[in-house]
Design a binder for this molecule. Sequence first.
Ligand SMILES: [Zn+2]
Length: 114
Amino acid sequence: MKSCPSCGNEINDNAILCVNCGTELNSVEKATADLSCIQKNIKLIFIGLLLLGVAFVFSSIWGVATAFLHSLIGSTVFTIINGIFGLAFNGLRIAGLVLGFIGCLNIKKEIENK
Ligand SMILES: [Zn+2]
């Protein structure tokens, strides 16, 4: 025996409709699965946007700090550090874009499958 997701009434495992409230059992299960898939992908897109935001803020701060650092630590060391930071910022940007793209693609696929 399982219970109706809508009213909680106990129903037969093979039942298509709830005898108490008439809820279509398979469609409710499918809708719940679709929604959780979409929510998961929206979370992915949010994380992607967050990474893009972090990269934007920190690269802006880094841009302001570069002139000061350049005079402080000399040209050679600065070039190396600047290169490493540039790679790190671009890594964040790429990760953010990829996560957002995958999330959008998964939601598009999920909607088209309905
Ligand atoms: Zn019911």
